[in-house]
Design a protein around this ligand. Structure first.
Ligand code: SF4
Ligand code: SF4
Length: 242
């Protein structure tokens, strides 16, 4: 059982909400990344499309091409090899040429993935923790609109129901997050699909409780205004020297 073109066509029609109506989050992370929003910069995040998604997208636009990393960039080469085992690593023409209606599911969802319990229930939105130090949204989950949460939930529920491979991948992603946050001794913050917030307790076998967004910690340059301004200044100096 695998997702088909019709599933992605539906996702592109129905998952269109912005993460936030009040904030253009790229304005916060881009100054720390030489002016490029972190998730639109293939040096930071390599988008992956499943084969049916790739077919649908290639019929809609020429925005996307397959991504071939610099052969000297061993890390990127390894990541692309891993993506290409089941999907297609790809790259767009960059943020200045973004076509909103032709964003991949990966773009529409970032920085979130569907968090599944050990039993396989899709309870909420987890985030790709590897971007904690770069993505402003991860440190500001309170700005995520309920409309985005609903559309994300509907899109991924359809995908998980239709595609065993996607289901298994997110089951493993969620298990990995539990392992890592348990080692850290931290709660996993989740946005509840039903509204509000949840936390997965560390070393608890995945026990989930209601949470307040105030319990969720901030990361890196986003811990305070002062830290952010200092980091912007530091990065400006680095980019000016390049
Ligand atoms: S989702 Fe995160 S990484 Fe992407 S533009 Fe917004 S703040 Fe930046
Ligand atoms: S299509 Fe738009 S949102 Fe997606 S990576 Fe490219 S610039 Fe970013």
């Amino acid at each position: 059982m695998a997702a088909r073109k019709k599933h992605y066509e539906k996702i592109y029609r129905t998952f269109t909400a912005s993460i936030s109506n009040a904030h253009d989050c790229g304005q916060y992370c881009a100054p720390l990344n030489d002016g490029q929003p972190v998730c639109c910069d293939v040096e930071n995040a390599i988008p992956a499309a499943s084969p049916p998604e790739w077919k649908v997208m290639k019929k809609r636009t020429n925005l996307w091409t397959k991504y071939f990393p610099d052969p000297d960039d061993k890390h990127a080469v390894k990541e692309v090899e891993s993506i290409n085992e089941t999907c297609i690593a790809c790259v767009c023409k960059g943020a200045a040429k973004c076509e909103r209606d032709n964003r991949m599911l990966a773009c529409r969802s970032f920085p979130f993935f569907p968090y599944l319990t050990k039993e396989g229930e899709f309870v909420g939105l987890g985030y790709y923790w590897i971007f904690e130090d770069r993505c402003w949204v991860i440190s500001n989950l309170q700005i995520v609109e309920s409309e985005f949460v609903k559309e994300f939930g509907d899109a991924y529920q359809m995908l998980l129901d239709a595609d065993e491979g996607e289901y298994e991948a997110f089951l493993e992603q969620s298990a990995q997050m539990r392992r890592i946050f348990s080692r850290r001794g931290q709660i996993i913050p989740l946005i509840d699909r039903k509204g509000g917030y949840l936390k997965v307790l560390p070393k608890s076998g995945g026990k989930i409780e209601k949470a307040s967004v105030k319990e969720f910690i901030k990361y890196g340059p986003y811990v305070s205004d002062m830290a952010y301004k200092a980091e912007v200044k530091r990065m400006e100096e680095i980019f000016a020297d390049q």
